[in-house]
Design a protein around this ligand. Structure first.
Ligand code: KG4
Ligand code: ZN
Length: 338
């Protein structure tokens, strides 16, 4: 029997410092130290503060991940690290630590694109049958992506302005709900007794592309008018009405893409895929093909998804055999250039 690959992975592209270890299909450890409480005071991620905290937490993550996995460092086969896209200072901490660790232990390093990491989080619990389409919804991205196979991607549509996660965060700021807005709006919306109380307009955008800034402005206008006219603000109804439109847009655009491309698998990925109403909508709408939605804890940023992406690249021989500790790599960044 072939030896199961043991991969240590590092993720630090935004405000989560994370190190994971997988053996074959099994996650042995996945340490995620979130800086959410630190950035909440500022109402969003402050890049310089994020980098400083990554430097503070990264060593602890390595130690905890190795300890929890119960492996010896000599057992490791590869190191994988997110090398983009993301905040450059934050990425630098993860990449430098991964390189230093790999150099010290003479391990091979694989650079992984963060977005592909999100998509391959779906392989933690299942496998992708190709061709596939992924709707990637995160703090910085709203992308519809066609995957011919594990290595050929075509970006069908992107957001023309704000990303969907960013819109959740900005709408939460308008309503003074706190940061990050996504999980708060998710919970508030579920408490609304009149989810269709407010009629927000559905923004128009060209085929497969998205636009959310008009919706965000509509929420702001309505909120300011209600305040001016002394109309009580029922935040639960605002949250539910806003979320309802967002989900309709995401479902409809995905339907259009499925009708044209007929994939075998649909993958919902990225931080916003943790949203309960969105998960429910996808589960009830898309029943005619394989639907993969990662478990909630693997939707937001974590290193386990980076290891699973690396595993696919290695298994398909997309990583050269004589790779050394220098960060060459299977350049997944071509994905972002599309
Ligand atoms: O993928 P992610 O962790 O980081 C990026 O790569 O951007 O996504 C973070 C985004 C944030 O905008 C956050 O508000 C949103 O995901 N998010 C959610 C939920 N959980 C996180 N949005 C809606 N509902 C949620 N439950
Ligand atoms: Zn992410």
């Amino acid at each position: 029997m072939e030896k199961e690959l043991i991969i240590l992975s590092v993720e630090s592209s935004c405000d989560e410092t994370s190190v994971a270890i997988i053996r074959g299909e099994k996650i042995l450890s996945n340490i995620v130290l979130s800086q959410i409480d630190i950035h909440a005071k500022f109402g969003g991620v402050v890049p310089e503060v994020a980098s400083r905290n990554h430097t503070k937490y990264i060593l602890e993550c390595f130690i905890k991940a190795i300890f929890e996995a119960g492996i010896k460092i000599e057992d490791l086969d590869y190191v994988a690290v997110t090398n983009g896209p993301g905040l450059v200072g934050s990425l630098l901490v993860g990449v430098s630590s991964a390189l230093a660790f790999a150099w010290a232990h003479q391990l091979k390093v694989i650079g992984i694109n963060h977005l592909l990491g999100h998509i391959f989080a779906s392989t933690i619990a299942s496998s992708i049958e190709y061709p596939a389409i992924s709707l990637l919804v995160s703090g910085g991205h709203t992308d519809l992506i066609y995957l011919k196979d594990a290595f050929s991607y075509q970006v069908l549509g992107v957001t023309m302005d704000d990303a969907v996660g960013e819109t959740y965060d900005k709408v939460a700021r308008i309503l003074n709900l706190g940061y990050p807005g996504g999980p708060i709006i998710d919970k508030l919306a579920a408490l609304s007794s009149k989810p269709d109380a407010i009629k927000f307009p559905t923004p128009l955008s060209p085929k497969f592309h998205f636009s959310f800034s008009g919706l965000k402005s509509a929420v702001l206008r309505k909120y300011q008018e209600d305040i001016k006219n002394n109309i009580p603000i029922i935040k639960e109804d605002y949250a539910a009405s806003f979320q309802d439109i967002v989900i309709k847009i995401l479902v409809n655009k995905t339907k259009e893409a499925l009708a044209e491309y007929h994939p075998k698998t649909l993958i919902l990925a990225g931080g916003v895929s943790a949203n309960r109403a969105l998960r429910r909508a996808f589960t009830s709408e898309f029943t005619n093909l394989k639907l993969l939605i990662p478990e909630v804890s693997y939707c937001t940023d974590n290193a386990a998804m980076i290891a699973f992406c690396a595993k696919t690249m290695i298994e398909h021989h997309k990583v050269s055999k004589d790779l050394d500790y220098r960060l060459e790599i299977f350049s997944t960044n071509r994905f972002t250039d599309l």
